[in-house]
Write a protein that binds this ligand. Sequence first.
Ligand SMILES: [Zn+2]
Length: 371
Amino acid sequence: MRRTRALCLVGSLSLAASAAATAEPSFNFGEFLGSYLGGPVPVEAEVKAPAPAQVHEIQIAAADVPLPERKPPPGKMKKPEPLAKELFGRAKLAADLSPRALGSYAKGCLAGGVHLSDAGPDWQTMRPSRNRAWGHPKLIKLLQRLGSESRQDGWTGLLVGDISQPRGGPMLSGHMSHQMGLDADVWLTPMPDRVLTKREREDISATSMLDKTKLAVDPKQFTPAHAAIIKRAASYPSVERIFVHPAIKKSLCTTAGKDRAWLGKVRPIWGHHYHFHIRMGCTNAGCEKQAPVHGDDGCGKEIDNWLKTIEASLKPKPKPPGPEKPYVPPSERRRMTMEQLPSECRIVLNSPSIKPIVGEAAAPATTGSSR
Ligand SMILES: [Zn+2]
């Protein structure tokens, strides 16, 4: 960041300097800049130099010095387009539009989002400061239903993690998906039989279901009630996928018994041992459907290969010889601009908000991890 800024300034200064230098052989830009700034120009001028706007002012102040007219090459001074995650991350309330999931799970947005209230009879939302308890109305309904039915599986209710931002879209931190209001994280930590304070919902840590090996579940943590709630969620026809850690999938494969139709929807993935991730299918126009999961239960080679991959990842890797790897910029997906999203997402972003939620003022969006 500092380096980028410094480089930009170096660019601006050298442009101004070269303009001044070509104006008059006797004109010393360094002295001029020094007198303007009230002292000598420091050696690290690129770091301590004024911001580009001020450099512009300097150029105006030096109007009496005959400078040749120089226009920046077209497009050179163009402001970079803001990142979509910054624009969507700022939205505090949903767009007042009819509900639609637009785009795809990792490149989309949400019109007409609905807020899952902080606490209901069978659920409580976690990390309220992130303001990510928004979803498509059908997902919010499904979470309420799952919360209510969780009692049949021995739960007192569910702790709900991130769903989506008020207007969906990419997030400032954490998830790549959760962009259309059809993804939700449900904690594997049981909900206490009382209403947590806002502070507690912000601070309480989730519990990992893995044992010390990190290759299997800890039976003290991952109980039949956990298996039952995952099975219940996967059995809803509108749910297309459930993501869990491979060790959790392995455990489900082992204990499922004869009823295995739902297991194919439970997909192994990195992480996901603190929560499970529910993904609903999309039905409206403008939403890109995912390929259906393959027919089998995924309990054969697929899960064994996953566990081998996890095991290999846990082994310490020797440091490669040679100099440290250069900085790798965030992937293009992290740097998504509005142009990469469906054009309707601009409408979603710019539409008036729904009315503020009474008694549950939408918290300012902040950064946070995906758990
Ligand atoms: Zn998730």
